[in-house]
Design a protein around this ligand. Structure first.
Ligand SMILES: Nc1ncnc2c1ncn2[C@@H]1O[C@H](COP(=O)(O)OP(=O)(O)OP(=O)(O)O)[C@@H](O)[C@H]1O
Ligand SMILES: [Mg+2]
Length: 270
């Protein structure tokens, strides 16, 4: 569990985070939801330690990260897997070399053979067992995301952070990537945080959703609760999506079962 308490962050006179407190739950997909410019990426950067918050604290499973000694920070960072927007693969390396890279960096005790087994295992887990020798330029956007996920989980991460994992993907591929992240999160009990403004993801994999608006957390809850949330800014956000209007209609007509069924299908087909 990651506990974020009263986080504030400004850039010059622009106060981006205005006292955000929230919890990222273990073994769940925690979605950071909100419009453009609301501070989602800045919050994630603070959590993974790329930015330093001005005020507030971040605690990883009871260990305070903010202002901790270098050794403690490194120890926590070692447990963090990151799926970057646009996958950010190394273009000059094969798929297998990309997945091997963090193992080389982070697990010096592993033998070459152990690393090879781990790479093979992770590529198989994301459905790419035959793609190890391919170059990133030779695979599709969805496959690149899969490689990014394999690379993120290769060193057995405890925490997984994904910045807009669906950006640039078609709706059907997006759902497959969401499902993969969801399965891996539950299978390995990872604390996963996913930045998104995709309502498909919300109704599909939102175990715990945190809604940010203008640098503040205005609501948090589950995918079952979100469609009936009473926060006006959140309602405006979700109902501006025609897909969600359609989902709401299904819920009204068929109840929660209809919604569950819908989560199995691409909403865009409505
Ligand atoms: N390194 C930085 N220096 C100065 N300002 C920054 C920096 N990073 C982010 N900001 C500002 O912080 C605000 C929030 O940005 P952020 O990238 O967190 O938004 P976001 O919610 O992730 O939006 P999007 O959905 O478009 O990715 C913006 O006004 C942005 O200009
Ligand atoms: Mg962002």
């Amino acid at each position: 569990m990651i506990e974020i308490s009263n986080l504030e962050k400004s850039f010059g006179s622009n106060q981006v985070l205005k006292g955000v407190s929230c919890t990222l739950e273990t073994g769940k997909c925690n979605l950071l939801l909100g419009g453009s410019g609301t501070g989602k990426s800045v919050l994630l950067s603070c959590i993974v330690g790329l930015q330093k918050p001005d005020i507030g604290s971040i605690t990883f499973d009871g260990t305070v990260y903010t202002n901790a000694k270098v050794g403690i920070r490194q120890e926590i960072r070692r447990k963090i897997g990151m799926l970057f927007q646009g996958s950010a693969l190394f273009d000059s390396m094969t798929v297998a070399q990309n997945v091997d890279f963090p193992l080389q960096m982070l697990t010096p005790d592993m033998s070459a053979e152990e690393r090879r087994d781990r790479v093979e295992f992770c590529l198989k887990r994301v459905g790419l067992e035959n793609a190890g020798n391919k170059m990133p330029s030779d695979i599709s956007g969805g496959m690149k995301k899969r490689v990014g996920i394999a690379r993120a989980i290769a060193p057995n991460c405890t925490y997984l952070f994904c910045d807009e994992p669906n950006s640039g993907l078609d709706p059907a591929t997006s759902i497959k990537i969401d499902e993969l992240i969801y399965e891996i999160t539950h299978e390995y009990n990872i604390t996963t945080a996913i930045i998104t403004h995709d309502m498909n993801s919300v109704v599909g994999i939102g175990d715990h959703i945190i809604f940010l608006h203008q640098g503040k957390k205005l609501w948090d809850g589950t995918k079952e609760e979100i469609l009936n949330a009473e926060v006006p800014e959140l309602r405006e956000f979700i109902f501006s999506s025609s897909l969600v209007r359609a989902a709401k209609r299904v819920e009204e007509e068929d109840g929660p079962q209809g919604l569950e069924q819908l989560a199995q299908e691409p909403l865009s087909e409505l």
